[in-house]
Design a protein. Sequence first.
Lengths: 215, 215, 215, 215
Amino acid sequence: MSDAERPRRRRDPEATRARIFAAATQEFTRHGYAGARGDRIAVRARCSERMVYYYFGSKDGLYREVLEGVYESLRLAEQSLDLDRLEPRAALIEFCRFVWRYYLEHPEFIGLVNSENLQQARHLRKSGKLDELVTPVVGMLEVLLARGRAAGVFRDGIDANELYIAIAALGYFYLSNTHTLSAVLGRDLRAPAQLEQHWRQSALVVERAVCIDAA
Amino acid sequence: MSDAERPRRRRDPEATRARIFAAATQEFTRHGYAGARGDRIAVRARCSERMVYYYFGSKDGLYREVLEGVYESLRLAEQSLDLDRLEPRAALIEFCRFVWRYYLEHPEFIGLVNSENLQQARHLRKSGKLDELVTPVVGMLEVLLARGRAAGVFRDGIDANELYIAIAALGYFYLSNTHTLSAVLGRDLRAPAQLEQHWRQSALVVERAVCIDAA
Amino acid sequence: MSDAERPRRRRDPEATRARIFAAATQEFTRHGYAGARGDRIAVRARCSERMVYYYFGSKDGLYREVLEGVYESLRLAEQSLDLDRLEPRAALIEFCRFVWRYYLEHPEFIGLVNSENLQQARHLRKSGKLDELVTPVVGMLEVLLARGRAAGVFRDGIDANELYIAIAALGYFYLSNTHTLSAVLGRDLRAPAQLEQHWRQSALVVERAVCIDAA
Amino acid sequence: MSDAERPRRRRDPEATRARIFAAATQEFTRHGYAGARGDRIAVRARCSERMVYYYFGSKDGLYREVLEGVYESLRLAEQSLDLDRLEPRAALIEFCRFVWRYYLEHPEFIGLVNSENLQQARHLRKSGKLDELVTPVVGMLEVLLARGRAAGVFRDGIDANELYIAIAALGYFYLSNTHTLSAVLGRDLRAPAQLEQHWRQSALVVERAVCIDAA
DNA sequence: TATGAATGAGAATTCATTCAT
DNA sequence: GATGAATGAATTCTCATTCAT
């Protein structure tokens, strides 16, 4: 039964908690840690500000849970990736598409990671779940690179970490900096045509970086 | 005589203003707009908090000036770029190096642009100087791309905007997200060797994307 | 049980709000809008300054409520006036007495209206309750004037608005300007004998203005 | 030579002082003592805020001078009144007209007196010039009343102080409370027709109060 | 489970005023 | 005579959080 279908019970702690969590995610995404306001979260969660503290203890605690949440979601999504069923080049493109799509569809990830970096990853480092958050994709990429190399399609000497960073960078930077870039470049980077173009170009850049004979 | 050496006069408005400006740049870089504190700025500028308002009117006004400042500095640096004296491939690499170095040496640029994007470029859009900030480098890249194409070194169909975004992305993302990436990847991305490696890899990615026969 | 006798409960929001309201009324009466101080209000209301904002949002909001309050109180008092049961001349005098007494016993009305006029009725005009505040007494006076005319006691051609203004003026001016008048005239206008004399003279002035054969 | 004709000298202390004085008068009129702002005075006087202190020492000092100024001006105007040349009834009307006109043409008097009463005449009482400010008009009215009584035109038992207060009240209240009255009565009391009507009615009220056979 | 009341510490900003030239 | 620089003490208002029920 989806959230929408479930009859709204008068007292439904789980639902309240979830609403607060969702509201907080939005709030932290849009305003960062310091700019986030408890009252706005409460309003959006249709509850009293008091409840926020009841369920999450403190702004810090709430932020940490939200932050861990977005990383967990990413990891979950990453785990569902199955690159092995595709031949190397296709798998590489598939991976790029996955990253791009994920960022595009999860502005809360971008917002929170931005906020976190503004604070030198203060909260992330304090998180007890740090080790659970270490991304599995680098491992996947290593396997993929080996496969591609063996098949004679991928170049030698490509570092999985670096490749991951490059792929992430091309998508993340574009989406995270849309606002300033749009202002500075004088065009609307969120226009569908622009998004499409960027995705294509990025994929091409990665392909050329990795594959021996790319278009 | 440098700022530090100059005997501190009691009344030196320019110096006071400059100290406040510098302190504010640091503060906004580290904490973003919402997280920045007026008293910290005053302490670092060795003046009373009151002076901040005397010279800049408001937190908003100060932030805007600082923001405009970092864009102006970037533009100034960009204008000193002279790609025409180099042959295309070298010029391309030179451009990459410039971007990378600039970001590396100007954490305040990264911090402020991050902060600004967290707020949907709220302040940037309000800035009267927006048009002065439009970057000249896309134009430079266009010229360079034409040159390279004519010389048979660069591929066809490379968009200058996209190329600029790609180059910026590879540097900016790495540096802006060092903190979270270090945590998630489990290595210290600020280590000199890592920085060096990333710079090399990025340059290679760009070269392969642009040049017909890249290593 | 009166307010003073009631055991002071720790949590009694209505009482807290009422104390703040009363304290604010006093403060605005004595110092006007600009001169009023939040901390003094808090002290007098025996609560923290914070509570003022908790209940009224802002100095402006508090002032507006207080202002609306004094007009509401006046209107309430006015509505309890029953001039119809008296013959015209007596009713006229009764009305004069009512106005005089009201002003005399409600320095907060005088103070706030003064403050408001100093600010060109800035707040009053912004009040959403403006139409509720339109005074009913002009209507009462119209009825009374018609009755008196019909009875052959009152003169023709007396405008109810003007009559109201005259009656109000004679009382308001005296009380609102006691301080400067006392200084300028060199006598204490608040002395009971002076108050009594003024009331008598004012009533006489009004009677002579309205009645065909006045003493 | 008028202010406008006089060539604006670079250094003209008298002129500067006068500009500040005029600006302050306006500022205190519109905002009262507490609401007045030094910077606004400086802007209007086309000088630096510093000059205000140079010439007048403090906000208090400036206010006191301005306050004394408006009383002095009134006294000066009052002294130019010559009621003796007119027959009693005409002189009475002339006096009423004078008061009404003065208030109408000198909003700064009304504003400052209002402000002063809001503060319980704090500054007026401190003024060393208080005795110089005692109004001469009560004396004039006494003479006039005697004349009128002797001529059989005026009633017996009219107190000069009370008469003065009544005349002042009818004009002052109307003008000082225009803003709130306009709001509460739902008409624009500053409209020329309204002003004219009020002046006529007021004069009539006074005439009826004083003269044995009034219209 | 839920909530309204209450709060202290601190944030931004303002204001009258003085310092140094 | 004139001025820009500087300031301390308020003043309004906000924020995260706890109390009492």
